[in-house]
Design a protein around this ligand. Structure first.
Ligand SMILES: C[S@@+](CC[C@H](N)C(=O)[O-])C[C@H]1O[C@@H](n2cnc3c(N)ncnc32)[C@H](O)[C@@H]1O
Length: 229
């Protein structure tokens, strides 16, 4: 096996390990789970046996998934009674205006007794911090949010809203992202940014970042489970 293939293999093994570590202590089987933001989390929740309902505010993101979908901004979620067991925010809260993070979690507490937050927690990898800074500015250029926060930020808001923290952990990546994976990701990102009207400055900055062939791991991931009784 050539070196590139073996690096990628190790990387894809790390992808699996990280996925497993995120979900391993969380029991969703047969539970009604509201997944705010459709994507990988939705597929994983289905695989884990959850009865998933998606809430998504971007109709373009809806793929053919055999689950009920409510298309709305979660901040305007139409139900305020306990209709589910768990609300999952998997890489979603950082896209919501920070002024409304507490509101989002308060809405979650009205519709389910349990909330799971999975969020990037960048620290300790300068290349990733630069990458995150470019993303944040690109999103700001179109009036959107991409704001990563430390684990204790989410804990503080959960407690303020009335949740008890029942578990918290950080999942770390062990392997750098192979250049070919990074190139693919940047290509798809730039296509998407162009459609969304992101300023050329940030598209150019992301391309220059890639040209430096950065040694980068994905961000650490904070996983927090809160209970609201
Ligand atoms: C980074 S993606 C993560 C999606 C998915 N959880 C996954 O694992 O791939 C964030 C998703 O949340 C959706 N989203 C962001 N803000 C939202 C809001 N206020 N209400 C509903 N969906 C929202 C976005 O449209 C996007 O599909």
């Amino acid at each position: 096996m050539n070196r590139t293939l073996s690096v990628s293999k190790t990387y894809f093994e790390d992808v699996k390990r990280v996925q497993n570590e995120i979900w391993q202590d969380i029991d969703v089987r047969d539970k009604i789970v509201i997944d705010v933001g459709v994507g990988e989390s939705t597929k994983k929740l289905i695989e884990l046996g959850a009865r998933v309902v998606v809430v998504e505010n971007d109709p373009q993101r809806i793929k053919e998934l055999n689950v009920p979908i409510i298309i709305c901004d979660f901040l305007n979620f139409p139900f305020q009674t306990r209709i589910a067991d768990i609300v999952v925010f998997y890489f979603t809260l950082h896209e919501i205006n920070p002024n409304f993070h507490a509101s989002a979690l308060s809405i979650a507490s009205k519709i389910a007794p349990q909330v799971i937050i999975v969020e990037p927690f960048p620290h300790g990898c300068p290349a990733y911090e630069e990458f995150a800074w470019i993303w944040k500015n690109a999103m700001q250029s179109i009036g959107r949010f991409e704001e990563y926060k430390p684990l204790n930020y989410w804990e503080t808001i959960l407690k303020k809203v009335g949740f008890k923290i029942i578990s918290r952990k950080i999942v770390n990546w062990k392997v750098n992202i192979p250049q070919e994976v990074l190139e693919d990701m940047v290509r798809v990102t730039i296509e998407d940014w162009k459609k969304k009207g992101v300023s050329e400055i940030w598209i150019d900055t992301l391309q220059k970042f890639l040209e430096k062939k950065p040694k980068m791991k994905w961000s650490d991931i904070a996983v927090i489970v809160g209970l609201f009784l």
